[in-house]
Design a protein around this ligand. Structure first.
Ligand SMILES: Cc1ncc(C[n+]2csc(CCOP(=O)(O)OP(=O)(O)O)c2C)c(N)n1
Ligand code: SF4
Ligand SMILES: [Mg+2]
Length: 344
């Protein structure tokens, strides 16, 4: 007699988690980047995002290879080293209906890509930009990157004597609207990614992602051990998607409840003083102080759900430019003739 296999568990749009997986990772076993890919799969699955609505963008590096290891059904563009922001800008303007997820490295972003990165931030381009931060150029065998902390030591034993660029402070200052430094903490990162999917604007997440081959030893400030000992969250993150019907009891004095534009709720329980994630100057100051005090603070440092995105500023029509018919994108001959007549 024929047996029937039960349906696999599905999300609220009816897809099993396997539809969110990618190819088999070729990164080193234990590389932090693999854990981030796993969280992206979970977040996209739990949010019920249609894989074909996602554009995966990246540059060059081990981190930039990782979009191959999640969401095979999504669109993907692996750009030139450091050029992911400009390629993403073009793609987003051409099709504003897509969800854009960029994955970059600390080298790809804070060294060769810095010129492009800062313009993405000031435009508040609607996309999620993840820096998988290991403090080194993993793919080219472990040279220091510009996010390596002063005084840290790679495998070669040479001490880094240059100060680190704080990508989060930079992002907040220049105009990104959802910013946080993160450790690989599974629960926090998953909630954060789900909120990032619901946000309209630039989400910039700098996630410490240890390189087990070149920067995970004693003396490194981006190792698993260092992060376990030093990670100090400033808020505890809870996220309730618009399609979930969950009642949570909480003491409102202890919580920042941020309503996202799609009706979802981001709940930030304060763990440090009376931290207000909507206060931009305080966010930058706290990051600068934490660097001076050698603290590793993580969490949602800044969020602004009001600021217009680059697409809003451009007044781009709702229908993707990529699918607009020629009759709407090309002025008729009469209009061109009138213009020419005016110039004579
Ligand atoms: C134009 C150009 N310059 C330099 C390189 C060499 N290169 C490849 S990856 C890389 C750095 C990658 O570091 P990061 O972005 O931190 O990624 P990781 O490998 O650490 O994840 C460099 C310098 C290149 N591929 N292209
Ligand atoms: S070299 Fe480092 S960053 Fe690259 S895959 Fe290996 S552990 Fe990951
Ligand atoms: Mg790196």
């Amino acid at each position: 007699m024929a047996t029937t296999t039960p349906n696999p568990k599905t999300n609220h749009i009816g897809l099993p988690i396997v539809d969110y997986r990618g190819g088999k990772s070729t990164l080193c076993a234990g590389c932090g980047h693999n854990a981030i890919s796993e969280r992206i799969i979970d977040a996209m699955y739990e949010m019920g995002v249609e894989p074909e609505r996602v554009m995966k963008m990246s540059g060059i590096g081990c981190s930039s290879k990782s979009p191959a290891y999640f969401m095979s059904r999504a669109h993907s563009f692996n750009s030139v080293h450091g050029r992911m922001p400009s390629v993403s800008t073009g793609a987003i303007v051409a099709n504003r209906q897509m969800i854009t997820l960029g994955v970059s490295g600390d080298g790809d972003t804070a060294s060769i890509g810095m010129g492009q990165f800062v313009h993405l931030l000031r435009r508040n381009l609607p996309m999620i930009y993840i820096i998988e931060d290991n403090g080194v150029y993993g793919l080219t065998k472990g040279q220091f990157s510009a996010t390596a902390d002063i005084g840290s030591k790679p495998k070669t034993g040479v001490i880094n004597d240059l100060p680190a660029i704080d990508t989060c402070a930079l992002a907040i200052q220049l105009g990104a609207t959802f910013v946080g430094p993160f450790s690989g903490d599974k629960k926090q990162l998953l909630a954060m990614l789900k909120a990032a999917i619901a946000h309209k604007g630039t989400v910039m997440l700098d996630v410490v992602s240890p390189c087990v081959t070149f920067n995970d030893h004693e003396g490194s400030t981006k190792s698993y051990k260092f992060m376990q000992e030093k990670d100090e969250p400033i808020n505890e993150i809870g996220f309730i998607a618009s399609f979930e019907d969950i009642e949570v009891d909480y003491d409102s004095g202890q919580v920042y409840d941020v309503e996202m534009h799609d009706g979802s709720s981001l709940r930030l329980r304060k763990l440090r003083e009376d931290y207000d994630p909507t206060d931009k100057s305080n966010a930058v100051r706290t990051l600068m102080e934490s660097q001076a005090n050698e603290e590793i603070l993580t969490g949602v440092f800044y969020i602004n759900t009001e600021k217009p995105t680059f697409i809003d500023l451009l007044n781009v029509v709702d229908e993707p430019l990529a699918t607009l018919p020629e009759s709407l994108t090309r002025p008729p001959k009469a209009a061109l003739d009138a213009l020419m007549a005016n110039l004579q």
